[in-house]
Ligand binder design. Structure first.
Ligand code: ZN
Ligand code: ZN
Length: 372
């Protein structure tokens, strides 16, 4: 039966610029409670054999990977062959060709920390690849490192991710700790959950490809749509749906309090006016009236965007969300059933609450896809 496994998909060892030996990394992963980790050193997979041996000892599934590290951005590539595509030839313009080669051999490619500070402070850390074929990639590190989820880099990554989803590209949201040095005993940390049949590298990679992932600090969630479990990444027909997010305690030791659920996406029926109403059955409904014209446009970065035209309100929305004016959001209490009118597009969930004494986003899910 399918389960959500807590994992960390971006780890370094002393085979590149990390300070931990492969064995110590795996032991630390066990202490944190990860079921699996991907070892993703910069441009080498030489730590894999020792890490896999430690994985056997500690009962941690170790996934083989490599972080393509270039001056134009970093890509985490999960594949049993570290040379599935040659990172030495990568440049800003041939990224799609490399991705196609790796993807053709079933590699899982993740955009690593796309909005981290880049040159001149840290050359290459910010994504500058001119990607047109986002369909060749499987995931985006929407949250990264020990940055709080509301840090500037993470908020910018969320916007980038919404732009990719708005183009219809079905990439999963993952966390990238980019683990370099000890700190297994931190009271607060974030991890990715992957829905998989069994705890092994192939099933976990397949879970990422399907988009059945979410990111969480100290919480676990499960999505129900109209009373039935719905994996993230799955499709659902358009119309009115009742969603529930079952929230329970997750990995870290620190105290975490969920307060509200925020739905975001293009699939929320939206338009000139949005209001919340409570109906006879006591369920809060996001009632949104639609009356705008829509057109599809392709922008310079190659992403298709849905442009919503509805006069002044559209312009207001655009200035607030940095251009993804089609991405609407609705808020509910953490315990509430959410009844939402949907149309074709994507719908993702966030849980906001208190962690480490601060009000923060605590959960960020991959979307479900509303189809005709
Ligand atoms: Zn990196
Ligand atoms: Zn890294």
């Amino acid at each position: 039966m399918k389960k959500y496994f807590p994992v960390e998909l971006h780890c370094h060892t002393n085979h590149s610029d990390g300070s931990m030996s492969p064995g110590f990394l795996v032991e630390s992963a066990k202490k944190r409670g990860y079921a699996a980790i991907a070892v993703t050193d910069h441009n080498t997979a030489s730590a894999f054999e020792s890490a896999a041996a430690a994985g056997e000892k500690y009962g941690v599934c170790v996934i083989k990977g490599i972080e393509w590290t270039t001056f134009f951005g970093h890509i985490v590539c999960l594949h049993d062959d570290a040379n599935v595509a040659d990172w030495r030839e990568l440049n800003m313009d041939n990224i799609d060709a490399h991705a196609e080669k790796a993807r053709g051999k079933n590699a899982v490619l993740t955009l690593a920390h796309p909005m981290r500070v880049g040159a001149p402070a840290a050359n290459g850390c910010r994504m500058e690849f001119r990607i047109k074929r986002f369909d060749l990639f499987s995931a985006v590190e929407v949250w990264s490192q020990n940055d709080p989820p509301d840090s500037r880099a993470n908020v910018l990554s969320e916007k980038m991710y919404d732009g990719i989803l708005s183009g219809g590209f079905r990439l999963a949201a993952v966390y990238g700790f980019d683990w370099h040095s000890p700190g297994a005993d931190l009271p607060y940390f974030i991890n990715t959950y992957i829905g998989a049949e069994n705890l092994n590298a192939e099933d976990l990679k397949e879970g990422i490809r399907r988009g059945d992932t979410y990111i969480a600090m100290g919480l676990q969630v499960e999505l129900l749509a109209d009373g039935e479990k719905l994996p993230f990444g799955a499709e659902i027909g358009e119309g009115e749906h009742t969603f529930e997010l079952k929230i329970s305690k997750g990995l870290c030791q620190g105290e975490v309090l969920p307060l509200e659920i925020v739905l975001k996406g293009t699939a929320i029926e939206c338009g000139e006016k949005a209001r919340e109403a409570e109906s006879e059955d006591g369920l809060k409904r996001a009632v949104v009236k639609c009356g705008e014209k829509m057109q599809r446009a392709e922008s310079e970065d190659g992403l298709k965007r849905t442009v919503v035209e509805c006069g002044e309100k559209a312009r207001e929305a655009e200035s607030e969300d940095g251009g993804n004016s089609q991405v609407k959001s609705v808020r509910f209490g953490a315990e509430e059933k959410m009844r939402v009118q949907t149309r074709k597009g994507f719908l993702r969930f966030e849980v906001h609450g208190i962690a480490d004494g601060k009000r923060l986003p605590l959960v960020f899910t991959s979307p479900v896809w509303v189809v005709y």
